[in-house]
Design a protein around this ligand. Structure first.
Ligand code: ARG
Length: 563
């Protein structure tokens, strides 16, 4: 139950201010003796021509105090003391009635949002950095959808560009067909790296690569068939990862999709006088905005990464009529997106301001060094498999008789990695340390999962209680803190939307788990003689489970009933 809103509505009965503004003015006092909410009257003094403390005292006398323990006034403030019993009953019942919908709303009103995420590159490994964009994007999709937005999930695959010409040339020279079928991406990477080594010695190889890309652009059947094969082989590997993570997309339109859609934006930029020649290339000058020029066509006339992004933005606006287009891409591409969005703006598309780059930090490893150079990249499927096997070890130690251990290890292990990625604000770098990630006592996925499973086991143990619950008996500090935390679920989701920051929800889930453990350490659920109190505590545990489950769902993690 939203007491802040209720408080605003009660105030509204006596003031000429709209509810939203009132809600914004209401404060949460620093000390409990000042109530749960306080309304400051300073800003009313001028219009009402009265001293703030007089206004406060008059308001306090007039206000409808039903549902509050009491309403008082301290100096220029009206102080509201929530009736704990009513608050608890309303909150817990709401959760148990709304179940998996608790926390959701229709606030988004069907507004169209694009979330572009993951977007790995064909023929290149899906590395730990791609996991960031994948899990952040997936979570933003879930969060926005939960609040009633209409979200289109796009995987902007890196499946076009001069590197495919080089790859075709490398394929023709050095491929090992058997290896290609077995481990496609590592074989493609091997010949691609070899191409660069050889081209250092024989620069004419570069020309050959360019020639093949030209063929590809012109639709040459052999070049297209090879490109298509590389793409399919890579996608098969990517799909394994998406399956492990339970991640999906509505559109897989990658860079190649825009091959025949770039002419119109190039023409438009030309007509609007924005394109200038620079060393044979065509560029949009951005020095006025303290940025290097945005290259639109290279000197050989070929398109480039930015050209495809310009075309993609135009296409998406036309196709999805978005109110927001979110690009979840590493912060090293900030300049690229600033350039692309600026060019769109200069071309007169004021919706460019609704294109938002959502950056994130890099992943570092406590133990191993992460490097692409030597080809010893840490591959994501290996990382996830390791998470699962390490979790299985812990389970074998802690609970060797558990049913379907593999299944549990999969959810908890992969969940632990995802949780780590979404735990801190996304722009912070992640230091990946197995000991910390799988620690059941830290602020980790396993800690939250274990809290959930423990709460579930309490519920199994106590079974059904038919007696009415008396929520007014849940008066302890720990109980009320837990209820207040559960009540804050939707507020945390809305804040996550405002900040485009799934970590807000992750941190919230940690708060719920902590509040629950404090409650459970201080109070028994099973051994209570007063049945109406016992029943209320059971409901509180049920509500907690529901909120943890809904919360984890929003960051893309499944719960387990036992572990
Ligand atoms: N494929 C790129 C990479 O792996 C990311 C694509 C980002 N999205 C975009 N619209 N440019 O670095």
């Amino acid at each position: 139950m939203d007491y802040k809103k209720l408080t605003a509505e009660r105030l509204k009965e006596h003031l000429e201010i709209d509810v939203d503004t009132l809600e914004g003015l209401i404060e949460v006092p620093p000390r409990p003796e000042m109530g749960d909410y306080a309304f400051p009257c300073f800003q009313l003094a001028k219009s009402l021509k009265k001293a703030p403390n007089i206004i406060a005292s008059e308001l306090k006398d007039k206000i409808n105090a039903e549902g509050y323990e009491k309403v008082e006034n301290l100096g220029p403030y009206v102080n509201f003391f929530v009736d704990k019993g009513t608050f608890t009953k309303n909150t817990v019942n709401k959760i148990l009635v709304e179940k998996e919908c608790y926390g959701s709303s229709t606030i988004g009103d069907g507004e169209n949002i694009i979330v572009e995420y993951s977007s790995p590159n064909i023929a290149k490994p899906f590395h730990v950095g791609h996991l960031s964009t994948t899990v952040i994007g997936n979570s933003l999709y879930k969060i926005f959808s939960f609040e009633g937005y209409n979200v289109e999930r796009i995987n902007h695959l890196g499946d076009w560009g001069t590197q495919f010409g080089k790859l075709i040339s490398a394929y023709k020279r050095w491929v090992d067909e058997e290896a290609l079928e077995k481990h496609p991406i590592s074989e493609l990477l091997r010949i691609y790296v070899k191409f660069h080594d050889e081209a250092d010695k024989d620069p004419s190889l570069e020309d050959e690569g360019r020639m093949y890309f030209k063929k590809l652009e012109q639709g040459d059947s052999e070049a297209v068939a090879l490109w298509d094969r590389f793409r399919k082989l890579s996608l098969k590997e990517f799909n394994n990862i998406y399956e492990m993570l339970n991640v999906d997309f509505d559109s897989w339109a990658g860079e190649s999709f825009y091959n025949d859609k770039m002419d119109s934006i190039v023409k438009e930029l030309e007509e609007k006088g924005l394109l200038v020649e620079s060393n044979g290339a065509k560029v949009v000058m951005l020095d006025e905005y303290n940025m290097p020029p945005c290259i639109v066509l290279k000197s050989d006339g070929a398109s480039i990464y930015a050209t495809r992004d310009l075309a993609a933005a135009m296409y998406r606006k036309k196709t999805y009529d978005f109110s927001k287009a979110i690009y979840v891409v590493g912060k090293d591409q900030a300049l690229h997106f600033n350039q692309v969005f600026k060019v769109l703006e200069l071309a007169g598309h004021d919706w460019a301001k609704n294109c938002i780059h959502v950056p994130f930090g890099i992943v570092r490893f406590a133990e191993k060094k992460l490097s692409t150079r030597k080809g010893d990249v840490i591959l994501l499927d290996e990382l996830l498999s390791e998470a699962v096997s390490k979790t299985l070890e812990v389970i074998n130690e802690k609970n060797p008789t558990l049913d379907n251990k593999e299944e549990v290890a999969k959810k908890v292990g992969i969940g632990a990695v995802v949780f780590t990625y979404l735990r801190n604000s996304r722009e912070r770098d992640i230091v990946f340390d197995w000991k910390e990630i799988l620690n059941f006592e830290g602020e980790t996925g396993p800690y939250v999962q274990y809290t959930y499973a423990r709460a579930k086991s309490i519920l199994r143990k106590v079974g059904e209680v038919s007696e009415e619950s008396d929520f007014s008996k849940l008066q302890s500090k720990e109980e009320f803190e837990l209820v207040k935390t559960l009540d804050g679920f939707q507020a945390s989701i809305l804040y996550a939307i405002e900040k485009l920051e799934p970590s807000v929800v992750t941190r919230y889930i940690i708060d719920v788990a902590k509040a629950f453990n404090k409650f459970y350490n201080a109070h028994s659920v099973a051994n209570v003689d007063d049945i109406s109190l016992k029943s209320a505590r059971i409901k509180l545990v049920e509500a907690t489970c529901q909120v943890i489950k809904n919360g984890l769902g929003l960051i893309g993690i499944e719960t387990v009933e036992k572990m």
